[in-house]
Design a protein around this ligand. Structure first.
Ligand code: HEM
Length: 252
């Protein structure tokens, strides 16, 4: 082999090495954006459930997010800024996730047969994650678009009017189930993939992790459903005053 071809083959190998690092980096980025979104949802659903403690609690939190402690009376622009940032992370996460979708019907059927044969629960989890992720493409976009274009219409009455009188509860119910399942399965897969809690006994610890995540997922589904029911009840009682805004101590 001539010196040149040795150098070329070494350069080729180096190129291949560099190329092969890209999927790993994309994988890391997908995990990182997924984790940020999961943390966001964990807090978001807790804040939304403030309605369970009464209208005043949700009103105070809304004003906090509108930056009332910075600007007198707050500004919906803070909400728009937050929503745009989350949307950007969501778009990046979805773009990266598209690599993992079965790219053809034949590939999908192969996956289904494989899942059936293996009866492997992790493969089933992957299926839940990919179908809930697909739903989220649409549902999360609708929700974020509505919030970004109506940032001033958030609060105990404004949100309840939207949920009851504008019938948004149907979309929220689907969004809730999709996002909680997606985040639950996603966080479990992250923990397993990066071996975060493997310790000395990975097999046992994974079973424990699975149980904890299952319990947290059920908890989030329940608080989401109860909060949604609470918004529906407030919206129903408020239907004749649709569009009126809430103020502290309001009994309407
Ligand atoms: C900064 C971005 C976001 C803001 C400001 C925001 C705000 C809100 C508000 C105010 C509500 C109450 C209903 C309403 O007023 O329409 C709500 C409900 C909800 N949001 Fe978001 N949201 C954001 C991002 C997201 C994302 C990215 C997801 C999931 C992908 C999500 C999932 C949900 C769900 C599931 C509910 C219903 C909660 C329940 O069942 O009680 N939100 N959001």
């Amino acid at each position: 082999m001539s010196d040149n071809s040795v150098i070329e083959s070494l350069l080729g190998k180096d190129k291949q090495k560099r190329k092969s690092r890209i999927p790993a980096k994309l994988d890391f980025l997908q995990s990182a954006t997924g984790l940020v979104l999961a943390i966001f949802i964990i807090f978001h659903l807790l804040f939304e459930s403030s309605i369970l403690f009464g209208k005043d609690s949700m009103y105070i939190l809304t004003k906090l997010f509108e930056g009332e402690f910075i600007i007198e009376g707050g500004s919906p622009l803070f909400i728009v800024f937050l929503a745009i940032s989350i949307f950007a992370i969501l778009i990046l996460h979805s773009l990266l996730a598209m690599r993992k979708f079965p790219s053809s019907y034949r590939e999908y059927m192969r996956f289904k047969t494989h899942a059936k044969l293996m009866k492997h629960s992790d493969t089933n989890l992957w299926f839940i994650q990919i179908s809930s992720g697909f739903m989220l493409f649409f549902l999360a976009s609708i929700h974020l678009y509505v919030i970004m274009t109506n940032p001033m219409n958030i609060g105990p009455f404004a949100s309840s009017d939207r949920i009851y009188s504008d019938s948004a509860w149907i979309m929220y119910l689907m969004l809730l189930v999709s996002v909680v399942l997606h985040a639950g399965v996603g966080v479990y897969r992250l923990i397993v993939k990066w071996g975060w809690f493997d310790g000395d006994n990975p097999k046992n610890n994974r079973i424990k992790t699975r149980k904890i995540i299952k319990a947290v997922t059920i908890f989030y589904l329940l608080i989401g459903i109860f909060s949604l029911a609470s918004y529906i009840k407030i919206g129903y009682d408020h239907r004749d005053n649709y569009g009126d805004r809430y103020s502290i101590g309001d009994k309407k």
